[in-house]
Design a protein around this ligand. Structure first.
Ligand code: ADP
Ligand code: ADP
Length: 222
């Protein structure tokens, strides 16, 4: 089923910087799409447009059936956890923003932490966690409400290569388990091939899509 489409989307900053020109994208339920390209090709701009953080200069972005509250989960390169709150309270945040009490969603929080392998860290504070573990908390927080679409903006770029590979492997397993739909921004060719079904290759100046590749053979798992 379709989730979201972008049709001929342009984003121009200050009347002259063409961050994105003529972008088309169709996201279907269960897709894992990578946006791959060098710095400045408009990857973050595309994500920010999809997230509704700014409006396109031209073109359309449409959610199938309209956008409802809680359609999106977002994971940034910086885990942006609240340092004064426990891991479980951090994962509660998207529910809290919808006015749902912690106690009403305790099971969902426990389930999300278990999916990222942190079931024993619910009461820990962010400062007690490694970089990789903080990123796992951030992923749990993005998926705890089971949003229709999860956006990931170079989530593992700041981690060492070994931790990063472990997280990529676990992300695939997680996706197999809960069937989430993901747009993943990266400038790593390996990461895009390892993770995605579809790679959207972009180029800079102006930011644009130059090719869309289907990854036919899934990367061997397990
Ligand atoms: P990427 O994420 O692929 O590195 P970006 O989407 O951040 O690319 O940027 C695409 C282009 O738009 C770049 O030339 C960048 O300098 C420019 N740009 C991005 N955000 C802004 C902004 N808020 N104001 C002006 N120019 C911007
Ligand atoms: P990094 O600091 O590079 O992000 P990791 O995320 O792999 O490294 O974690 C570093 C240490 O934190 C590990 O050696 C391990 O002891 C502990 N750790 C990480 N994840 C877990 C987990 N799910 N359960 C228990 N301990 C963990």
């Amino acid at each position: 089923a379709p989730v979201l489409t972008m049709q001929s989307v342009d984003k121009v900053f200050g009347g002259e910087t063409v961050a994105l020109r003529g972008m088309n994208l169709a996201v279907n339920e269960g897709d894992f799409i990578s946006l791959l390209g060098p710095s400045g090709c408009g990857k973050s701009t595309a994500l920010r447009l999809i997230a509704g953080l700014m409006a396109p200069t031209a073109g359309r972005i449409d959610w199938a059936g309209g956008q409802t509250h809680g359609d999106l989960g977002v994971v940034f390169q910086e885990p942006t956890l609240m340092p004064w709150a426990t891991v479980a309270r951090n994962v509660w945040l998207p529910f809290r923003l919808r006015g749902q009490s912690y106690h009403a969603v305790k099971d969902e929080i426990r389930e999300a932490l278990s999916l990222v392998g942190l079931e024993n860290f619910a009461n820990a504070y962010p400062r007690e966690l490694s970089g990789g573990m903080k990123m796992r908390v951030s992923i749990a927080r993005a998926m705890v409400t089971r949003p229709r679409l999860i956006l990931m903006d170079e989530p593992f770029a700041a981690l060492d290569e070994i931790t990063r590979h472990k997280l990529n492997t676990d992300l695939l397993a997680l996706r197999d388990k809960i069937g989430c739909t993901v747009i993943f921004v990266t400038h790593s060719v390996f990461e895009s091939v390892f993770l995605s079904d579809r790679i959207v290759v972009m180029a800079a100046r102006p930011g644009r899509v130059i090719r869309e590749l289907q990854v036919d053979e899934p990367y061997p798992r397990g």
